[in-house]
Design a protein around this ligand. Structure first.
Ligand code: C5P
Length: 224
């Protein structure tokens, strides 16, 4: 039997990472941060001087992506070629680059199997967080959630998260960057950001994330 698959989608800053992390820990599920995977591809491309719209070069690069996740302390760290790149992928430059490469169909197709494999290798369950998990990566997920929050709340959370990680930025920059990425992510032709029809929509604008975690956990337990 395959692991219990949980899809958590939504825009940047809706609380996906915090909620997924807590949920994974409480349920004993593996956590697959698919945004981190797109960020790793962006990091590789940037380091290798590959243009972000050069499909041929991106395709050859995709054949060489080696990614795994590992919990270090309390955090889910991402390793590229065995090297911990968790902070390298969080810079504003890589955020924009990730958003750009994620709009290339060749990249999305190339990462599909990797995302599925990372989830199916998990023991009893896996939580995948991203933009198109419930619609494309696992349309038959056992539980689907779409997290939302108003733009100001999301920008503030993102800003706090970056601050904690030691990345220099201002709230204005984060908000501007977020608006651009939301627009690009929703407007792209392949796998745009949208809730699956059977996803449970959860707005976290005015509830503490711990409350969101509890309601998601209750729903998952009900479906197990
Ligand atoms: O979630 P995170 O901000 O780390 O994602 C970085 C970028 O990767 C997003 O702006 C989005 O363009 C892209 N992404 C995606 N599909 C996913 C996860 C992330 O297109 N499933």
């Amino acid at each position: 039997t395959r692991p219990f698959i949980v899809a958590i989608d939504g825009p940047a800053g809706a609380g996906k990472s915090s909620v997924s992390k807590l949920l994974a820990r409480r349920m004993g599920f593996a956590l697959v941060d698919t945004g981190a995977i797109y960020r790793c591809v962006a990091l590789m491309a940037t380091r290798e001087g590959v243009a972000l719209d050069d499909d041929k070069a991106l395709e050859s690069l995709l054949g060489r992506v080696r990614i795994h996740f590992q919990v270090v302390g309390e955090e889910n760290h991402v390793f590229l070629d065995g090297k911990d790149v968790s902070s390298d992928i969080r810079t504003p430059e890589i955020s924009m680059a990730a958003s750009r490469v994620s709009g290339r169909p060749v990249v999305r197709a190339g990462l599909l199997q990797l995302q599925r494999r990372l989830a199916l290798e998990a023991g009893k369950g896996a939580i995948l967080e991203g933009r198109d998990i419930g619609t494309v990566v696992f349309p038959d997920a056992d539980a689907k959630f779409f997290l939302e929050a108003n733009p100001e709340v999301r920008a503030r959370r993102r800003y706090e998260e970056l601050f904690q990680k030691g990345v220099e930025s201002t709230l204005e920059e984060v908000l501007a960057d977020q608006m651009k990425r939301d627009k690009d992510d929703s407007a792209r032709a392949v796998a745009p950001l949208k809730a699956a029809e059977d996803a449970l929509r959860v707005d976290s604008s005015s509830s503490p994330l711990s409350e969101v975690v509890h309601s998601l956990e209750a729903e998952i337990v009900r479906r197990m």
